[in-house]
Design a protein around this ligand. Structure first.
Ligand SMILES: [Zn+2]
Ligand SMILES: [Zn+2]
Length: 400
């Protein structure tokens, strides 16, 4: 890159920066520092625009100036594009350019105004420089951002719609299964679906009592599980091949009874499932008996629900939701749990059942908590934890 006129000035600036970096007083007023950085960002934007007008990017064989500046300066194409937009708009916005240079408004606010003016396209005359500059002086960045979006929508609804549609085409969601059976979710959602999902999950992801030691991210992951399982349980999802969507667990009678040496259950016909999880799943599921002879299916029985409809209704009436102390999950968000496991001969009568939500049901099966029924009351007993004790070093007390 050639340095034309102004090379000496740039050299002076470089020297001043080096001197500043070597200062003995480490703390400075960071607001004033930001003003300097922002003013220089404005200068950079103007220079980038000049370079674009001179067609310097074409010399290197690049079609787009943003790509070329990005490559030259180690910036993303989006950042380089932003500087070019600011540089271009400031040519016709002298008051805003001066306000940026003097530190009255920040670079990011300037950028918002410049992008707004460009988005107005042939209606850019509606952009009142004086008025918008005043807004940038007094609004917070977020307020200015909202204001610019509203102004864009009001002045150029077609442009607003088109960009919204272009954004919408970026939506995607991938759910891929890892070798160990865990799933990775990666995606971008449109504004409406994204906020709807967040709104739906947040109440489900709240801490559920003092024994809830899950991290926020784990609670969000559990919330997705609870939400999806609830959706499946409602039985209102569209049928696929005439069957309601559900997950299938395959096991043997021995496996269900947790007999020693029995093969593990299969989840979706591929992954082994632990006995504890199998017991949780079988607390409330629909069973289909399949008889095999030499791996050939010779008989398939009718699908029957472990807990009948009337018992389910009576249980819902009695418990009203998850019975864990302090839990707020109502009936439709709870699942019946057997005190004595159904697979081990536990009856499906009210005496042997209690409603628990997804999280607390898991705490009982996989977490080792016990539910004890005393008359009409239930007691929840934590697992006996084996506390590992280890020395922290000589002379220190044993860690609890
Ligand atoms: Zn259970
Ligand atoms: Zn609960």
């Amino acid at each position: 890159m050639t340095v034309g006129c102004g090379g000496g000035d740039l050299e002076e600036l470089e020297l001043a920066v080096r001197k500043f970096q070597a200062r003995s007083e480490r703390r400075v007023d960071f607001k004033r520092l930001r003003v300097v950085v922002d003013a220089l960002e404005g200068e950079f934007a103007v220079e980038a625009r000049e370079s674009q007008k001179a067609g310097e990017h074409l010399v290197g064989g690049h079609v787009g100036a943003a790509t070329w500046i990005g490559l030259t300066c180690g910036m993303s194409q989006t950042s380089a594009g932003d500087r070019l937009c600011v540089g271009e708009q400031l040519e016709e916005l002298p008051k805003i350019a001066a306000a940026l240079g003097s530190g009255e408004i920040s670079y990011q606010s300037t950028s918002l105004l410049c992008h707004l003016r460009r988005k107005l396209e042939d209606k850019k005359d509606l952009f009142d420089e004086e008025d918008m500059l005043d807004k940038a002086r007094w609004c917070t960045f977020k307020e200015l951002n909202d204001l610019c979006r509203t102004a864009w929508h009001v002045c150029n609804p077609d442009g607003f719609f088109n960009e919204g549609e272009a954004d919408f085409s970026r939506r995607r969601l991938h759910i891929s299964r890892l070798a160990d059976g865990m799933h990775v979710i990666d995606g971008v959602l449109d504004p409406v679906s994204g906020s709807a999902l967040k709104k739906a999950l947040e109440p489900l992801a709240k801490k559920q009592g003092p024994e809830d030691d899950r991290k926020p991210s784990q609670r969000m992951a559990d919330a997705i599980g609870e939400f999806v399982n609830h959706g499946l349980d409602q039985g209102t999802l569209p049928r696929r091949n005439g069957v309601r969507p559900h997950v299938t667990v395959t096991t043997t009678l021995e496996g269900l009874k947790n007999e020693l040496g029995a093969p593990p259950a299969d989840f979706e016909l591929s992954l082994p499932l632990s006995t504890r999880t199998l017991e949780r799943v079988s607390c409330d599921c629909t069973m289909t008996r399949v008889l095999l002879a030499d791996s050939m299916v010779i008989d398939v029985g009718r699908a029957t629900r472990v807990i009948s409809g009337p018992t389910r209704t009576a249980l819902g009436k009695r418990d009203g939701g998850c019975r864990w102390p302090g839990c707020d999950r109502r009936v439709s968000w709870s699942t019946p749990h057997h005190f004595v496991a159904w697979a081990r001969g536990g009856p499906t009568t009210l005496d042997n059942l209690v409603l628990l939500c997804y999280f607390h049901h898991r705490l009982v099966h996989e977490g080792g908590w016990q539910v004890i029924k005393k008359g009409r009351e239930f007691r929840f007993v934590p697992p006996e934890r084996v506390v590992m004790r280890r020395a922290r070093g000589p002379g220190l007390r044993w860690a609890a």
